[in-house]
Design a protein around this ligand. Structure first.
Ligand SMILES: *Cc1c(COP(=O)(O)O)cnc(C)c1O
Length: 241
């Protein structure tokens, strides 16, 4: 096991090795999976350390925390992804990111579209699908996904790139794969409907291999890079802030 004290570069390299091994094992082209560092609750210095090891994509879950880190690290060529649930009263801040993964309501997408700075490229977005039924609260049901994607694709300051999912945790690899396969089917269904999508955002520290086996193009990895988020009152343990 790796410990939090282990240098971030070694942990990043270990994660990259897992990704490249999984690409090989499951017949994915080498380099077809991108690593997004999920850096919620990590201080800006730790993102800086990861950036120094070559990491460029970072994912944040809380609007205020992302805004603070963007300001602290403004000189760096970081691509900022917002990966948390998007509250209506926070869209102004989330519209400043490069990407937003958790689009599950048209109203939120419309606010992001209205608030996106017209001088910047469109906000790159994924619609979030729930393939776990009642076991998960986030994302739209697969049957509702086409209508949401169609509406989001019409918004001029957003660019629909793909589908994001956080399936409920499973205890075995085959069950993980089945859940990720359901996400891939929803993604392929949107492609068949004519959407030019290139991003399947799924897979975390514990299940990235199963996600890559089922076609993930972007894995969102926190713990395996930064160590456990074990502060008792850490923001990710709250539902709102
Ligand atoms: C925290 C988080 C991750 C990373 O989870 P780990 O298990 O720490 O790798 C990925 N996606 C989202 C949406 C997250 O909130």
């Amino acid at each position: 096991m790796q410990t939090p004290a282990q240098p971030i570069c070694e942990r990043l390299n270990a994660v990259m090795t897992r990704i490249r091994d999984a690409e090989r094992r499951y017949g994915r082209p080498s380099g077809s999976v991108t690593l997004l560092a999920a850096s919620k609750t990590q201080p800006a210095e730790r993102l800086l350390a990861a950036h120094a090891c070559g990491q460029r994509l970072f994912g944040e879950n809380y609007a205020q925390e992302m805004t603070d880190k963007m300001a602290a690290l403004t000189a760096l060529d970081i691509e900022w992804h917002f990966i948390g649930p998007i509250q209506s009263n926070k869209t102004k801040f989330i519209a400043e990111a490069d990407w937003a993964h958790g689009i599950e309501r048209l109203k939120i997408a419309e606010r992001l579209d209205a608030q996106r700075n017209p001088d910047r490229p469109p906000l790159q977005v994924c619609v979030q699908v729930n393939v776990s039924g009642e076991a998960s609260k986030s994302g739209v049901a697969p049957v509702e996904l086409p209508a949401l994607a169609e509406a989001v694709a019409q918004l001029p300051r957003l660019r629909l790139r793909g589908v994001m999912a956080i399936p409920a945790p499973e205890t075995d690899f085959d069950a993980e794969r089945r859940a990720f396969a359901a996400v891939r089917h929803a993604f392929e269904d949107l492609q068949r409907r004519g959407h030019a999508l290139d991003t399947l955002s799924m897979g975390m520290s514990d299940d990235l291999e199963a996600a890559i086996a089922e076609g993930a193009t972007m894995v969102r990895i926190g713990t395996a890079i930064f160590g456990p988020r074990n502060q008792p009152d850490a923001p990710q343990t709250r539902t709102k802030r």
